[in-house]
Ligand binder design. Structure first.
Ligand SMILES: [Zn+2]
Length: 284
């Protein structure tokens, strides 16, 4: 068991000082902040915590959301600088916000050249539907992002499921809009974050089975409830990626959720696919 490889594809290592006060207060409520801030400052601290938890690789999730969360385009150089300490273990996720960029496609190229390995789109925090490039939607720039990500072979993670941060808008949280993206960009590898939790798990399960290029991470779902959320998880294990959403609410460290996940009654092959195999395909 100790040798089982683990990729936690969804943790948040972000420039904390950019957070707007309301969002920051919500993230910090009831948390011991010293250790969290030490991780944000120093990749060596994170690497030690990964070693303690038996985690080989992590995805460092970042996204631009100046008006809702406070994060600016500086997150991209922040995360690529951070990941440079150990690029094989630290996967930099960056972001292009189509409403705050003149040239969204060019910006994808720029941050890919910086070292970003994947993109994050956060519809409820960026106030865009994933398919808002279609049907006269209000965000035609999204198409350039998907097109360049596809050409540069950058997987795109799209947040799905509700958010209760102060200015988040949950009309953008429904994963069904990803159906259009999967059809229009068949070479693009898509990861639905959080499996649509807590309202849209059946939608995510449907999209996983329908589209070869759609995957999901199970971060933010309490592991002990995972099989209630996805009773047929084994059928989609090869499309599913382990993630915790640390330091989000209810995730004190990388190891606790991992132990709870390993206690679930899952076939060993399914467990291995979720913990590492699917990630290894998307991030060789
Ligand atoms: Zn997250």
């Amino acid at each position: 068991m100790a040798t089982e490889l683990v990729t936690d594809i969804h943790i948040h290592v972000q420039p904390w000082e950019e957070l707007r006060p309301g969002a920051r207060a919500q993230l910090e409520r009831g948390r011991m902040m010293d250790e969290i801030l030490a991780v944000m400052r120093d990749p060596e601290v994170l690497l030690r915590r990964m070693d303690d938890a038996g985690v080989a690789r992590v995805g460092l999730i970042n996204y631009v959301s100046p008006d809702v969360m406070g994060f600016t385009a500086r997150v991209n150089s922040f995360v690529t600088d951070y990941a440079r300490r150990e690029p094989k273990r630290l996967l930099a996720f960056g972001s292009v916000h189509p409403r705050f960029t003149q040239d969204p496609g060019g910006e994808v190229d720029r941050i890919a050249d910086l070292g970003v390995r994947a993109l994050k789109i956060h519809p409820p925090h960026q106030l865009i539907a994933p398919n808002a490039y279609r049907d006269g939607g209000d965000c035609p720039g999204l198409a350039a992002i998907y097109e360049r990500a596809s050409a540069r072979k950058l997987p795109v993670m799209i947040h799905t499921g509700t958010s209760i941060f102060p200015l988040a808008r949950n009309k953008y949280a429904d994963p069904m809009a990803i159906d259009d993206v999967a059809i229009d960009f068949p070479e693009l590898q898509i990861i639905m974050a959080h499996g649509g939790r807590p309202l849209w798990m059946p939608t995510c399960f449907f999209l996983l089975r329908r589209h070869p290029n759609v995957h999901m991470d199970i971060s933010g779902i309490p592991p002990q409830s995972l099989l209630d959320y996805f009773p047929r998880l084994t059928e989609v294990a090869d499309k599913t990626l382990w993630g915790t959403d640390w330091p989000g609410p209810g995730v004190p460290d990388l190891g606790k959720n991992l132990a709870a996940f390993r206690a679930l009654a899952l076939p060993p092959e399914a467990r291995a696919a979720i913990l590492h195999g699917t990630s290894a395909k998307l991030f060789p």
